[in-house]
Every structure is written in C-alpha cells, then in structure tokens.
Design a protein around this ligand. Structure first.
Ligand code: AMP
Ligand code: GLY
Length: 429
C-alpha cells in the first residue's frame, strides 16, 4: 500500500473485534486505531470509546475529530441499520456491506429468494408470514424440518425440529408468543440437510474477493453437538473437510455466483461474505450467509494470516482487491470459548476473572476478550461468552492442546466450556 498511513475506526466489542484489533495493529500502514465500544482486551491494543454502535451521529463526531480514513464494522447489527450507507454518503470508506447487501444476513427470506433465483445450492424452503399459513405449509416437509425466523436473532433463530409437533410448537412461539419479536414476523421453513458444516470467509470488493482459510464452528452448547444453539463454543482452522476440491466447488458454485447475483440485482457487495455451508452427499449447500466475520471463527482465522489484513480490508473498501497477495501461515489454530454458566439462556455477570500471573499472549497462545469488563481494577465477567482461548500449533492436535492449556490458566465462577472442540478434525487425522 503505497500511501500515507491511515486512521482506522473499528466497531464492536466481542472476541471477533479483539482478534480484528490485534491483526490490524500489526499493519505497517496503521497510523491510529480506535475501537467503539471495545472491551478490556481491545483496550490493551488501542483506545476504546464508549458510544452506542447504533448512534451514527455520535460515531461521526469521533470519525471527524480523529480524521478516520476507514471504518471496519465487526457485528451485523449496525450493518443492518445502514452504517455503511451513512458514512459512504459522507465520503468515508467502510469495510462492510450496505444495508441492502447486508440483507443477505438480516433477511433470510431475501437470502433464500436470491439463491433460488440464481440457482445457488441451498435447502428447499418456503416463506410463511402467519401462523395459519405456516401450519399448512409445514405439511409439505418431512418430519425433520428446520424453522428459521427471517430477521436477526443473534445466531439463535434456527430451530432444528425432529418432528412436526416440535415444529408447530416453534411456529407458535414465533408467531403467537412473539418470542423473537419483529425478527419472527416472517419465517423460513427449510428442508433438513444431513452433513458436516464448514465456514468460509470471502473478503469482497464489490466484484472480486480473497478467500481466507476455512473454519469449523461448534454451535451447540454441549459436547457431542448436543443441546441448544449458541453463538459458537469453539472453532478451528483450517477445517480438513474443506479440501481443495470443496473450496473450488464453493468458489464456483456458491461464492462467485452469489457476488454476481448481487451485482445483477444492483447491490454490489463490499465486506466479508461469510458462507456457512453444509457438505452433503449432493455437494456443498448454503446453510446461511452472514454479512460479517464469524465469532469465534475470527479468533482462529485471522491469527493464520501472515499478510497485512488492514491492507486487505482497505483495498476491499476502495473497490480493488485484485492485486492483494494473501499469505497464510501453514499452522493450525483452535479456540475454546469460556462461557458463563447458564449461557445461552440466563446467566449472571460480575464474576471475578483470575488469569495465571505469568500468562502473556504469544505466537502460540492468545486470550481473546468478549464479555468482560474492568471495574475498580478487577476483571469481571460481563456476558454469555466471556473469553476465547486460542492455540496455534503445527497440527490441529497441537493447537487444541495449546488452547486447552490456556483454558486452565483462566478461572472464574461458573466457567463453562466444551471439552471436545475439534473432535471431527481429530477423528480425521
Ligand atoms: P443458521 O442460523 O441458519 O446458521 O442455523 C444455525 C444452525 O442450525 C446451523 O449452523 C446448523 O447447525 C443448523 N441448521 C440450520 N439450517 C439447517 C438445515 N437446513 N439443515 C440442517 N441443519 C441446519
Ligand atoms: N459463529 C457463528 C457466527 O458467527 O455466526
């Protein structure tokens, strides 16, 4: 990047944004990094400012007073609320899609209709707008069926049902009890897909893209992939299921056609296109698209990038990533999420977190903060997912051992984690 160093504003407060902050801060092209609102881990790397991520006017004051050149948006919410459109109009570069393009995540109905129109492989589906309509439509599906609220639901809006009785209950909760609020005013009923999941992250400039290494998330709360869906309890990268052939298939049949489809619809896509795929007997199919990086996948994907990630995002935001040379480490990364007891349902906050006195982040172990806060000099739990312990090693096994070694260096009351992160990869190695 042959130009003056740049001032960057990062939006978000999770483990994903902590990983982004660490990665961006390594860039020789960075002048200054500020994060809104950040967390105690991010504050060790850069200045954090407490402003609501939905308050664009207040964010703009910070953008102006700090001569920000580029805004990097971590979570989906401000993207769905139009942060890219707001700042693009003011002439500020944003790495993240426009409100219309963010519908790829914020409206499952939009995403499914786009895939159907352009022949992008995904599960068969029907969209329903009322309880009575959904009960009739349900009859078209097999007993095993997936009920999804169309709007944003923090990763908890898909209910995998084993029977129509379960599905009817889910539909009643959504339409009659309004458990998901407005997000549930429209529902997608979907055919159940059998297979293994993998996540891919395409950094897009509107036309071209750069694909980072694959990752596998662990969505369920309990070992053996049992229990409720969460935001993600652990991840590893690269995922052995994502062979060269699978990546080629995903690029040719899913990622490129989706970007072309969006262009044809007059909605060029800038930012991360996260493709959550199911590898089925009939090939890779889209489970979901997200308009941002994954959490906790970012805590394993970015530590494996050797080239300048700030340059990557800056070039995407400027609309020309075609000359970017991605350089990836040949190592493996794994992360184990430490959650509060009770997550993803109700949990208490404010438990003191104690770290092993000799622990420091290194090339092989990184502790990412998510739901933490500093109060009177004490580090406290402040969310469902509290920390992510990442290990980086020469094999999946070594990276997992390093991650679990780090897990033992952190203590807080109610510390909850899965002990089987990476089980599918270990079974393959
Ligand atoms: P989503 O919110 O769409 O990402 O779904 C959350 C999780 O539910 C996915 O990661 C899958 O584990 C599961 N899931 C969603 N849709 C399907 C489907 N059609 N078939 C099987 N599992 C699904
Ligand atoms: N870990 C899943 C997500 O970020 O959506």
């Amino acid at each position: 990047m042959k130009q003056a160093k740049i001032n960057v504003l990062l939006i978000g407060s999770g483990g994903r944004e902590h990983s982004l902050a660490l990665s961006i801060s390594k860039s020789p092209n960075l002048q200054k990094l500020i994060c809104i609102p950040g967390n105690p881990g991010i504050s060790e790397t850069c200045e954090s400012i407490q402003v609501s991520i939905s308050d664009f006017d207040s964010i703009n004051e910070i953008v102006v007073s700090n001569s920000i050149d580029l805004i990097i948006v971590g979570p989906e919410q401000p993207l769905a609320e139009g942060i890219q459109d707001y700042f693009t109009e003011k002439g500020i570069l944003v790495f993240g899609p426009s409100q219309k393009a963010a519908q790829i995540e914020s409206s499952k109905a939009f995403a499914k209709d786009l895939m159907k129109k352009y022949g992008i492989p995904t599960a068969a589906y029907e969209i329903c707008n009322s309880f009575s309509e959904s009960l009739v439509t349900l009859k078209k599906f097999n007993e095993q069926v997936v009920v999804k609220v169309s709007g944003l639901a923090g990763g908890k809006g898909a209910i995998v049902c084993q029977s129509h009785t379960e599905a009817r209950q889910a539909l009643k909760d959504i339409f009659t009890e309004k458990s998901y609020g407005e997000a549930g005013s429209s529902v997608v009923l979907e055919e159940f897909m059998e297979g293994e999941e993998v996540s891919l992250f395409a950094f897009c400039d509107g036309k071209d893209y750069v694909l980072l290494s694959s990752a596998q998330d662990h969505k369920r709360i309990y070992e053996g992939d049992k229990g409720a869906n969460t935001g993600g309890m652990g991840a590893y990268s690269p995922a052995p299921i994502a062979t060269k052939e699978l990546i080629e298939e995903a690029k040719n049949k899913i990622i490129s056609p989706t970007l072309e489809a969006l262009n044809k619809e007059g909605i060029p896509y800038i930012g991360v296109l996260y493709a959550g795929l199911m590898v089925t007997n009939e090939g890779a199919k889209v489970v979901e698209f997200n308009c941002r990086l994954g959490d906790p996948e970012t805590q394993v994907v970015l530590p494996l990038v050797k080239s300048d990630t700030l340059e990557l995002m800056f070039q995407c935001a400027k609309g020309d990533v075609s000359n970017y040379k991605l350089e990836l480490s040949d190592k493996f990364a794994s992360t184990v999420v430490l959650a509060s007891k009770g997550y993803p349902f109700s949990y208490s906050k404010g438990k003191e977190i104690k770290l092993h006195p000799n622990f420091e982040n290194s090339d092989s172990q990184i502790l990412f903060h998510a739901g933490t806060k500093l109060e009177n000099g004490k580090l406290l739990t402040n969310g469902g997912r509290v920390l992510a312990c990442t290990g980086i090693g020469n094999s999946v096994k070594e990276s997992l051992d390093l991650a679990y070694d780090l897990v033992e260096k952190v203590e807080f009351a109610g510390k909850t984690f899965r002990k089987d992160i990476g089980w599918r990869a270990l079974a393959k190695s």
